[in-house]
Design a protein around this ligand. Structure first.
Ligand code: FES
Length: 159
C-alpha cells in the first residue's frame, strides 16, 4: 500500500492505491496551495494550476500517467512537476508540495528521503463511518446506519 512522504512537511501519509493525491493531501491537512490557491482553487478540476507538486526523479512511476490537462497546463513548468488533482497514487513516493517556493538543500533532502525506507501503509480499507440519517416527512430519525447497521449515538438524541 502506498505511503506518501511529504518532504516539506516531514510527514509520511498512508493512502490506498488509486487515491487522488490532492484529496489525500487535503484530508491530511497538508498545505498544498499557496495564497492564490487557498483563495480560489478550482476544486480539483485541473483548471486553476495552483496544486503544483514536484515528484523527484525515481518516483514518477508511482503516480498515474500525466493527463492531457497536465500536458497543456504544465508545458512551461519543469517535467518533474505535476498537478496533484490530476495524479492518482499507485505506489509509495516522495512529494514536494509548493515547489515554486523552493526548498533549502533540496537535493540532499530528496536523497535522504529516497534512502530512508517508506513504512508499510494500510492493508485494508477502513470500516465505513456510520452516519445518522433523517427520514423525510415522518419526523422520525432512522436508527440504522448504512447497510442496515445500527446508527452511532451522538448524544444529541431526545430522551
Ligand atoms: S486544484 Fe485546480 S488545477 Fe489542481
Amino acid at each position: 500500500m502506498p505511503v506518501i512522504r511529504f518532504l516539506r512537511e516531514n510527514r509520511d501519509v498512508a493512502c490506498y492505491p488509486g487515491e487522488n493525491l490532492r484529496e489525500v493531501a487535503l484530508r491530511e491537512g497538508i498545505g498544498l496551495y499557496g495564497v492564490k490557491g487557498v483563495l480560489g482553487n478550482c476544486g480539483g478540476c485541473g483548471q486553476c494550476i495552483t496544486c503544483f507538486v514536484e515528484i523527484p526523479e525515481g518516483c514518477a512511476s508511482a503516480l498515474s500517467a500525466r493527463t492531457g490537462v497536465e500536458d497543456l497546463k504544465l508545458r512551461r513548468r519543469p517535467d518533474t512537476w505535476r498537478l496533484a488533482c490530476q495524479a492518482l497514487v499507485n505506489d509509495s513516493l516522495v512529494v514536494i508540495t509548493r515547489p515554486q517556493l523552493g526548498l533549502a538543500n533540496k537535493d540532499s533532502q530528496v536523497s535522504a528521503a529516497m534512502a530512508s525506507p517508506l513504512p508499510p501503509g494500510p492493508i485494508c480499507w477502513p470500516e465505513p463511518v456510520a452516519i445518522e440519517s433523517e427520514s423525510e416527512g415522518a419526523g422520525e430519525e432512522s436508527k440504522t446506519g448504512p447497510g442496515g447497521g445500527e446508527a452511532v449515538a451522538t448524544g444529541d438524541e431526545a430522551p
